[in-house]
Design a protein around this ligand. Structure first.
Ligand code: SF4
Length: 228
């Protein structure tokens, strides 16, 4: 069980799943690039965060719910958590009671993404980590959630199977390890770099090849030299 002061943001897990160096640049070196992709992403997320909780038939929709897991030491906010009314033939272990409302309800995390579904599993890891938090907070089982992609405007179901749960837990361990090490991982140019918001700052094609340049830049960043 982790104490609150040791909590790590859920978003850090997604950055790490995308690229360890991107995680280091953002979370150790506080680098962030407000480019078109991140601005659109923020705008895309504004809507779920800002709207009121609503009810649509047998679905109740909560936006911007605070999440935490003491077991994994994670905290953050869910874009959307839907509560679907539990049907008579479904196990009660899937449902929770909601204050002031009759019946049992199944929590279903829904994460919004601006772009298209990705080849890697970093989005799935993020929504699975949200499910871990909700399961612990509400003492319930959550078998699935959704990722909503802006292109095409469609939901994709995410099954929280053993493989995804194991992958997510292992990433939490790796996140702790790298946080304790406190050093940004080295740059290595890969296909994913082309959709990375920190491509310009990271310069993987240049410094990834030259170890001396990389070491020099790392030393500057860690010593704070060159900061205004
Ligand atoms: S540009 Fe590539 S190596 Fe650099 S942080 Fe982004 S994904 Fe990682």
């Amino acid at each position: 069980m982790y104490a609150e002061e040791d909590f790590i943001w859920l978003s850090a897990l997604q950055h790490l799943a995308f690229c360890e160096r991107q995680w280091g640049l953002i979370h150790l070196e506080n680098l962030w690039n407000e480019n078109r992709l991140t601005a659109e992403g923020r705008h895309f997320h504004d809507r779920p965060d800002n709207e009121e909780t609503e009810v649509r038939g047998n679905i109740r929709i909560a936006r911007g719910l605070r999440l935490r897991s003491l077991r994994l030491g994670l905290t953050g906010k869910a874009d959307v958590v839907e509560f679907h009314r539990l049907c008579g033939d479904e196990p009660v272990s899937l449902g929770v009671a909601l204050e002031g409302v009759n019946g049992l309800w199944k929590p279903v995390p829904v994460e919004y993404k601006r772009g298209r579904p990705k080849a890697d599993s970093c989005d799935e890891v993020q929504v699975c980590a949200q499910a871990f938090c909700l399961e612990e907070m509400m003492k319930v089982e959550i078998p699935q959630g959704f990722l909503y992609y802006g292109v095409p405007k469609r939901r994709a179901v995410v099954f929280f199977d053993n493989a995804l749960r194991k992958n997510t837990e292992e990433l939490c361990g790796r996140l702790r390890e790298l946080t304790a090490r406190g050093k940004t991982p080295p740059a290595k140019y890969e296909k994913r770099c082309e959709r990375c918001s920190l491509l310009e700052q990271c310069m993987p094609k240049i410094i990834g090849k030259d170890k001396k340049v990389q070491k020099y830049l790392e030393n500057i960043l860690s010593s704070g030299e060159g900061e205004e």
